[in-house]
Ligand binder design. Structure first.
Ligand SMILES: C[S@@+](CC[C@H](N)C(=O)[O-])C[C@H]1O[C@@H](n2cnc3c(N)ncnc32)[C@H](O)[C@@H]1O
Length: 264
């Protein structure tokens, strides 16, 4: 299946915040229910060990994505406290307040473009369900920036560009109806726009179909990394977790080769 870069409603500058939150709230509920990244948190741990850091810098964080659940799990995986700095081109005030109440999470107050991350934001870069938003040249720029600054990067998409995944997202409206009671905070507008007027199910359906069509395949991700170079270890792949397909790419600086003392 070819990649198509159609528009997503939630990306449009004119999309009202309430409609955007219908989609992000649903995504958060599905991530909290299916926990699609927990089984592969060792990949994050590997990236952290590669540079000996306990800090992560999440890009395109939106409302925080999976981190509210993932941070404690990752601490157990690495056996030490971790700090996650959430960032976005358009930082979320609501998520900033929420992150402040969770140990180890903080939301960066200034706008951060994933293609040009400021030098002071050092740590393993993560990007959950955000990479498919970028066209190939911008996607490559995100990887290039991480390599240029010698920072590890981990990309996870709860998506896969296959016919099966496309068929699966056709059931997204049903899933919205089932999961909406789990979305916090419970608001009257979310209930009205889900159960009285089917705005949320239709929005999620469109954005999910477009996301599947935009998702990069592991071989395309590998192709991007081959064009970058830079003595990096790269690993791209896919897996299924609780009926959810996940595509991922991990990259971190290759360890320096051991110095051969006999040569010195
Ligand atoms: C799908 S949403 C959030 C995904 C979130 N990580 C999650 O798992 O729910 C994508 C986010 O990317 C942000 N974004 C778009 N372009 C960006 C850029 N160039 N740099 C950083 N963030 C960007 C948007 O503001 C939006 O919050």
């Amino acid at each position: 299946m070819r990649r198509h870069h159609l528009f997503e409603f939630t990306e449009l500058a004119a999309c009202p915040k309430v409609l955007r939150q219908l989609v992000t709230g649903y995504l958060e509920a599905i991530v909290a229910t299916c926990r699609p990244y927990l089984s592969h948190s060792h990949l994050l741990a590997d990236a952290m060990r590669s540079t000996g850091t306990s800090r992560l810098v999440d890009l395109c964080s939106g409302e925080g994505g999976p981190w509210f659940n993932l941070v404690r799990h990752l601490e157990q995986e690495v056996g030490e406290p971790v700090t996650v700095v959430l960032t976005d081109k358009f930082p979320s005030r609501e998520a900033t307040a929420r992150a402040a109440s969770v140990r180890g999470l903080e939301y960066w107050g200034e706008s951060v473009d994933a293609r040009r991350v400021p030098e002071q934001l050092q740590g393993v870069r993560t990007l959950f369900n955000g990479f498919h938003h970028f066209r190939p040249a911008d996607a490559q720029a995100i990887l290039q920036d991480a390599v240029a600054k010698r920072q590890p990067i981990a990309i996870f998409e709860m998506l896969e560009r296959t016919w099966l995944a496309l068929l699966q997202v056709l059931f997204a409206p049903l899933s919205v109806l089932v999961l909406t009671p789990l979305v916090r905070p419970v608001t009257w507008w979310r209930l009205v726009l889900t159960y009285l007027l089917p705005v949320a199910p239709l929005l999620v359906l469109w954005d999910s179909v477009v996301s599947v069509l935009r998702c990069y395949r592991p071989e395309e991700l590998r192709g991007m990394t081959e064009r970058i170079g830079g003595a990096y270890h790269w690993e791209a792949g896919r897996y299924w977790r609780h009926c959810m397909p996940v595509t991922y790419l991990i990259g971190y600086p290759d360890p320096a080769p051991p110095v051969d003392r006999a040569d010195t």
